[in-house]
Design a binder for this molecule. Structure first.
Ligand SMILES: CC(=O)SCCNC(=O)CCNC(=O)[C@H](O)C(C)(C)COP(=O)(O)OP(=O)(O)OC[C@H]1O[C@@H](n2cnc3c(N)ncnc32)[C@H](O)[C@@H]1OP(=O)(O)O
Ligand SMILES: CC(=O)C(=O)O
Length: 555
């Protein structure tokens, strides 16, 4: 059975640019447009030429797209002007964009309040504007703003608006849930009514996420006859955002009810790049990806509960709705106090340690993890510290170096230019093969100074850590109730009374070969917690790079 074509329209660069805190440069827009084109999106709406210098410059030198239709966005002609004399429309037709999407009002209330013109005039404006674009040879589309609210308030008028666009030559009439308050059952009914009332009309859906239903509303519209679906990468957009195109692509391509009925432009390879495309956007916006994003989040295929892990190891379909690799994501098995033996075994396997489930060391490891999590450690995000902890229990981590003591000073003073500065200095005394070393490091904060001192001189290990870099540092204050506070590495396993806050430090490290790893430290003292995470980072690198063992501290 042949499938119907469903068109995907991306508005990341237009509605997504209306997100609070998002400000794309021309080069950002180009990179995103090319990534969308690569995965097989049909339309890339680049912005509103004429509205701001970035969009004007972007349209003046459009990206070379292979598959997608580059689309300009604007609004219908202004009241009191002819379409031929409207500067806004001229700005759109002055670009080379083969498709132009204009927003027009379809809610009588909006026409009265926002435009302040008679209802019939707005209908004429829509018709004229679309006819003008079509006459210029462009693929004209109407974004029927507030269509669902308009239809609920005055269905006859809302229909009159979209009939005008269709009759004037619109290739698509996109029904917008502009305020995002419409629910899926309403969308399903209203889109079906419209499709029945105007046979042959090509409908699109543009849903906002104000009730967290934008994706559901888009799917409902498709079920009722919409054949173009608009959305944005990672759900960017005005207020609560738009329908998340990433989630929509996953569902449309992988769920049989849609995938068997509709063909999209998304290629197999494009689908496998979905995770990468979603993360590229976050990278460009310089923000952390949402770990819990459907399909593409780091946690989307992360298994934590013992029952889950045990079953996933037998067959991943027990707790996964689609295979992670189908969208370019991967499976993670997390270690935590929810863990059973299966988690530990799976995680050990990941780091190259295969133990028999009956091996008593597995129980010891499980106990150690649970105790340490109780103290405030978290291995969910700190793979390297997990591996070190496991290998230490198994006696596989040699003594490399020994830190006798460290001291950190923070000084706030006026410098020679009478500027107020805060400087930090750290002094670390270490031993390598019985040789005593003293290093001093300076930094813009105590952790930075400690990191500099630790890595300044590690004797024969120095060459292994030359390219080590601290790339991210996160601090979390934990209230452990009646659990213990810990005071240092030697006392980590010693329980203490008290209810003090404990600091958990998570450090991301990188080296010159492109490896990245996370380590964790816990203490009531932030510097001590950082010290643990920093030393774990160094030990992990020494172990992984096969550095020779040391002889331990001198007596
Ligand atoms: C639902 C949506 O998200 S649509 C996209 C919204 N996106 C944006 O607004 C971002 C880009 N916008 C802009 O940069 C500016 O608003 C511009 C350049 C387009 C217009 O700027 P200005 O001319 O200063 O107008 P301003 O933004 O203050 O007000 C909008 C005007 O457009 C009119 N207008 C609103 N919708 C329409 C429409 N569909 N057709 C014609 N005119 C419209 C309003 O009545 C108002 O007119 P008024 O100034 O006579 O009261
Ligand atoms: C056009 C648009 O962005 C909206 O109506 O929400």
């Amino acid at each position: 059975m042949s499938r119907e074509r469903l068109y995907l329209f991306d508005t990341t660069l237009r509605d997504g640019a209306q997100t609070r805190g998002v400000d794309f440069s021309v080069e950002d827009k180009r990179a995103i447009a090319i990534a969308l084109d690569k995965i097989g999106v049909d339309y890339v709406e680049g912005g509103w030429p004429g509205a701001n210098p970035t969009d004007t410059a972007f349209f003046a030198d459009p990206p070379a797209l292979k598959r997608a239709t580059f689309t300009a966005f604007g609004m219908t002609r202004r009241p009191g002007r002819s379409a031929d004399n409207d500067p806004g429309l001229a700005g759109l037709t002055g670009t080379a964009a083969p498709a132009i999407c204009i927003v027009g009002k379809s809610w009588d209330f909006q026409v009265k309040v926002a435009l302040d013109i008679p209802l019939h005039e707005n209908v004429e404006i829509i018709g004229d504007s679309i006819a003008h674009l079509a006459a210029k040879g462009r693929e004209a589309m109407l974004d029927a703003e507030h269509f669902f609210d308009g239809y609920k308030a005055n269905p006859a008028y809302a229909m009159e608006c979209i009939r005008a666009a269709w009759a004037a030559g619109a290739k698509w009439v996109v029904l917008c849930d502009t305020n995002g308050g419409t629910l899926p059952h309403e969308v399903e009914r209203i889109v079906a009514d419209v499709a029945d009332a105007v046979p042959g009309i090509r409908l699109g859906i543009h849903a906002h996420n104000d009730t967290e239903n934008a994706v559901a509303n888009s799917l409902a519209a498709i079920r009722s006859g919409a054949r173009q679906v608009q959305g944005t990468l990672n759900g960017l957009g005005e207020r609560c955002g738009n329908a998340n195109l990433v989630s929509l692509i996953g569902t449309l391509c992988l769920k049989p009810d849609f995938a068997e009925r509709f063909e999209t432009g998304i290629t197999q390879d494009g689908l496998r790049h979905l995770t990468q495309t979603s993360r590229l956007l976050d990278e460009i916006l310089n923000r952390s990806p949402n770990r819990h994003a459907a399909y593409v989040g780091q946690a989307a295929f992360a298994h934590k509960g013992g029952l889950h892990v045990s079953a996933v190891l037998k067959d991943p379909r027990t707790y996964e709705h689609v295979p992670p690799e189908s969208v370019g994501n991967e499976r993670h098995v997390l270690i935590s106090d929810q863990a059973g033996k299966s988690n530990i075994l799976a995680r050990l396997h990941d780091v190259g340690i295969d133990l028999d489930p009956k091996d008593p060391r597995v129980d010891r490891l499980l106990e150690t993890v649970k105790e340490r999590e109780y103290l405030g450690y978290s291995y969910d995000g700190a793979d390297a510290s997990f591996e070190l902890m496991a290998r230490r229990v198994l006696g596989q981590i040699p003594d490399y170096f020994f830190v006798e003591s460290f001291k950190v000073l923070v000084e706030r003073r006026y410098n020679a230019r009478r500027e107020l500065v805060t400087v930090s200095e750290a002094i670390v005394r270490t031993q390598v093969d019985g040789n005593k070393l003293l290093s001093v490091g300076e930094g813009n904060g105590p952790v930075n100074a400690l990191d500099a001192a630790l890595r300044q001189d590690l004797g024969k290990y120095q060459r292994y850590i030359e390219d080590l870099e601290l790339v991210d540092f996160k601090v979390r204050i934990l209230q452990l109730g009646n659990a213990a506070a810990v005071s240092g590495p030697a006392s980590v396993d010693r329980w203490q009374a008290g209810t003090g806050a404990v600091t958990r430090v998570l450090i991301e490290n990188a080296d010159g070969q492109g490896n990245r790893w996370f380590t964790v430290g816990v203490s009531p003292n932030i510097v001590e917690a950082s010290f643990q995470a920093l030393t774990d980072a160094i030990v992990y690198k020494l172990y992984r790079d096969g550095a020779p063992a040391g002889t331990g501290p001198a007596e």
